[in-house]
Ligand binder design. Structure first.
Ligand code: KPL
Length: 299
């Protein structure tokens, strides 16, 4: 095992900052955002303890001038709709065979990355929950699990290396040889949680209250049957348990889509709900709950 590899994290949003704050303690890490930042990250751990973490925060162009700082892996923590442009820009600064680790929500960008990138493309599905606070803060709002694999199971050793470093940094991480299934499961979680919390501007845990609880259940019913028809294996404990467990574990979180709406950014509506509506179309089925969610969610 490489004693201390260099990783870059592209995207300094909530998950980018969360992974950076922890990984920087175990490997050489650069967190790449749109603007250079000199200040340390203020990391609010799950224990509510706040610490200042010295993360190397920089921009791609600043890193480009330091030829000696080349990554052995780049974690992509950009929004799914911004990923292709970010990767095109990245390509000018790293070796073409550099492995990527895609953290993106939904299930549309991952196959496209695998097609266009010459090197290995790993995908991660994570239920870690975090939100940003100001320009330098990140709050770890819910402990989750991260699964890593690649779409064709062509890079098991690389995936296990990644898991090693994630675990070393304190994350629960596993290699998953069925990452496609896992990405669909995560998509189901995001589709059941994100549009509703963004629309009603509530934290994840408030979905347990009336009238939201039955809205969540209705979305899960529709998603479960659509995905099973697509050949996705249902989670062992069932779709409802899968989603409700994440809601409980991330009760204090402001989901990413709520953070986007509050910040006036585009949302990941198309990456999350798009594949489900496409499945409904393929199956010639009406998905009224998902259609309504789609129309009620800003793009
Ligand atoms: O992935 C998330 C998100 O916010 O996008 C969950 C797991 C729903 C946590 O909020």
């Amino acid at each position: 095992m490489d004693s201390s590899p260099t990783w870059w994290i592209l995207g300094a949003g909530a998950l980018g900052r969360l992974f950076a704050a922890r990984l920087t303690t175990t490997l050489s890490l650069h967190l790449i955002g749109r603007h250079p930042a000199g200040a340390p990250l203020h990391y609010h751990a799950l224990s509510s303890e706040c610490s200042s973490v010295d993360v190397a925060r920089t921009t791609l162009s600043a890193l480009a001038s330091k030829a000696h700082v080349r990554p052995s892996l780049v974690m992509l923590a950009t929004k799914s709709y911004a990923t292709l442009t970010a990767v095109e820009e990245l390509a000018a600064h790293v070796a073409p065979q550099t492995p990527l680790l895609s953290l993106q929500n939904g299930f549309s960008i991952q196959p496209r990355l695998a097609e266009l990138w010459a090197g290995p493309v790993l995908c991660a599905s994570t239920t870690e929950a975090a939100y940003v606070e100001g320009d330098t803060g990140v709050v770890h709002a819910g402990k989750g699990t991260t699964w890593v694999g690649d779409l064709d199971n062509a890079w098991p050793t690389l995936a296990r290396d990644c898991v090693y470093w994630l675990e070393k940094a304190g994350f629960s991480a596993y290699h998953d040889t069925a990452i496609v299934q896992r990405l669909w499961h995560k998509l189901a979680i995001n589709a059941a949680i994100n549009p509703l919390v963004a629309r009603y501007r509530i934290r994840n845990g408030q979905l347990r209250d009336r009238p939201f609880r039955r809205m969540v259940d209705a979305v899960i019913d529709e998603i479960g049957s659509l995905l099973e028809e697509e050949g996705v294996v249902p989670p062992q404990a069932g779709w409802h348990t899968l989603v409700w467990e994440v809601i409980v574990a991330t009760a204090n979180n402001r989901a990413s889509m709520l953070q986007d709406v509050l910040a006036g950014r585009s949302t990941e509506r198309d990456a999350i709900l798009g594949p489900l509506l496409a499945a409904a179309k393929r199956q010639r089925r009406y998905a009224p709950t998902l259609e309504t969610l789609y129309h009620d969610t800003p793009s």
